[in-house]
Design a protein around this ligand. Structure first.
Ligand code: ZN
Ligand code: ZN
Length: 265
């Protein structure tokens, strides 16, 4: 079945205001049989978003409306495509209890979800790792080298897979090599094979899945999918399901990179 299971929506404060219908029409046009809207879930209430506009997650007060509108669209488009209600949930070290509380409250309304790491912590200060190359550059200074940023990222992803987030913990790990987003500006010599294999072993053991994400192909400093090819090869060896996601933040980006990733799906 052709699916795109990582799509953002007008509820994303850093995305576009493209209507849900535009995304769905794009998906139908490209022959997708199922899509999941996976908006950035509201961040834990006590977490202070370090981005300048504090726009990394959707607003908690919009949550009911978001779920409701997708449920309606699910119904009205059901002849043409299956539409899932979903979230991209942040794993933020130190905020696991609040994340679990969110999932415990809304999990029964969620069809599909992704667990992603965007925020990394150093001495109690959090950074949004994929926000910009300037922030990434600051992180290299603070963490003491690009290798240390990679190490912190993969260790955090490992802990996300290991985390106890309750019965509604997402089964899929988002863009596992997101730390490559600015790799052409900040190359890293170490491949971190031990760290990535350790994550994959745990994903396999827990019967989880990988988000196979086309967005990185279109990031000028990345130019490769998430995860990168070497990690995908290892995931295949372990029979870990790869679930395609465009990570579209505008309707025209639905399906981006699909033809490149398709042979591995
Ligand atoms: Zn986003
Ligand atoms: Zn993400």
């Amino acid at each position: 079945m052709k699916t795109d299971q990582h799509i953002h929506t007008p509820y994303c404060p850093h995305g576009s205001k493209d209507l849900f219908e535009r995304y769905i029409e794009q998906a139908i046009k490209q022959g997708f049989q199922m899509i999941s809207f996976t908006e950035h879930a509201p961040l834990p209430p006590s977490f202070v978003d370090p981005t300048p506009d504090q726009d990394s997650g959707m607003k908690l007060e919009h949550l009911e409306g978001y779920i409701h509108i997708i449920q309606q669209l699910k119904e009205s488009f059901k002849k043409d495509i299956r539409v899932n209600v979903g979230f991209e949930v942040d794993f933020i070290e130190g905020f696991e209890e609040e994340t679990k509380a969110f999932l415990d409250t809304y999990g029964h309304e969620i069809d599909d979800s992704i667990l992603s790491v965007h925020f990394l912590q150093n001495n109690g200060t959090y950074y949004c790792m994929d926000y910009s190359s300037d922030v990434f550059s600051d992180m290299i200074n603070v963490f003491g080298g690009v290798e240390n940023v990679y190490k912190a990222y993969y260790d955090t992803v490992y802990r996300s897979v290991l985390s106890s987030l309750g019965a509604y913990k997402p089964k899929r790990i988002g863009h596992m090599t997101l730390v490559h987003k600015f790799q052409k500006a900040f190359p890293c010599q170490n491949e971190f094979t031990y760290e990535t294999n350790r994550i994959l072993d745990l994903i396999q053991k827990q019967n989880m899945q990988l988000d196979y994400n086309g967005a990185g192909l279109y990031k000028p400093l990345c130019e490769e999918p998430y995860p990168a090819d070497a990690v995908v090869k290892e995931a295949k060896k372990r029979n870990i399901p790869l679930i395609y996601g465009s990570d579209a933040h505008t309707a025209k980006d639905v399906g981006q990179g699909y033809s490149y990733l398709e042979p591995m799906l």
